[in-house]
Design a protein around this ligand. Structure first.
Ligand SMILES: Cc1cc2nc3c(=O)[nH]c(=O)nc-3n(C[C@H](O)[C@H](O)[C@H](O)COP(=O)(O)O)c2cc1C
Length: 207
């Protein structure tokens, strides 16, 4: 992701003085790279385990739009199990150089079959193969055997890796967005938008 320049729509737009006029998801989209950019943002995805522990890991932000923020994973993964039991999730996006941070809290829903298929096709061949082979059983194998099976799978399948049944995707539908902006010449600032029915409430926060 490119480092931020001087202009910062989330913080500088005059419309922000009236939160009723602002769609913070649209503002977030101006911060994030376009969905067709191959270099996807690495984000921290936080979930809650069934016994109440927080958990976090890095995933790629597959896409973002008015409906929410999408990532993809293995349906058998711990994060997928967490979200099936408790759809509350938080993603944190960090920009290089301490310039910006975006934190989005919301509820994660499975994406449609159509969206799942198109996100799979957008993944690199390496990530497509990973989606098929990165199983619990594979993880137990010695490295040489993993290399052998990896090469054998690619040789058998060719360049086209069929979408595996365990390929899963979630869209986080935001209920709160927090924009953080660093300022070299004064304190950093945050603006937090919280869903209120069909609008958003804005709060300015320190930190
Ligand atoms: C840079 C980076 C990007 C990653 N992207 C993904 C991703 O898009 N989807 C995914 O399931 N795991 C991704 N991972 C692996 C996860 O961080 C994690 O180790 C894995 O999904 C298992 O997490 P879980 O046991 O909490 O479900 C990525 C890891 C790194 C370091």
């Amino acid at each position: 992701m490119a480092e931020s320049g001087e202009a910062n729509p989330a913080l500088d737009r005059p419309t922000l003085v009236d939160p009723a006029l602002v769609d913070p998801v649209a503002v977030a989209l101006t911060w994030l790279p376009g969905n067709d950019e191959a270099d996807r943002p690495q984000i921290t995805l936080s979930t809650v385990s069934p016994d109440g522990w927080p958990d976090a890991r890095t995933v790629l932000l597959s896409s973002a739009g008015p409906e929410g923020f999408c990532f993809h994973t293995d349906a058998h993964s711990r994060k997928a199990a967490h979200l099936r039991a408790d759809p509350r999730a938080v993603i944190t996006v960090l920009w290089p150089g301490f310039t910006r941070q975006l934190v989005v809290a919301g509820h994660a829903d499975p994406v449609s079959a159509e969206a799942l298929a198109s996100a799979y096709l957008a993944r690199s061949p390496y990530l497509q193969q990973l989606a098929s082979q990165n199983t619990a059983e594979f993880a137990q194998l010695p490295k040489d055997e993993r290399r052998r099976r990896w090469a054998a799978f690619a040789a058998e399948t060719g360049e086209e890796f069929a979408q595996p049944a365990n390929w899963a995707g979630f869209v986080i539908r935001p209920t709160r967005l927090t924009f953080w902006q660093g300022n070299p010449d004064t304190a950093s600032e945050r603006r937090e938008y919280t869903r209120t029915g069909d609008g958003w409430a804005l709060e300015r926060l320190p930190g």
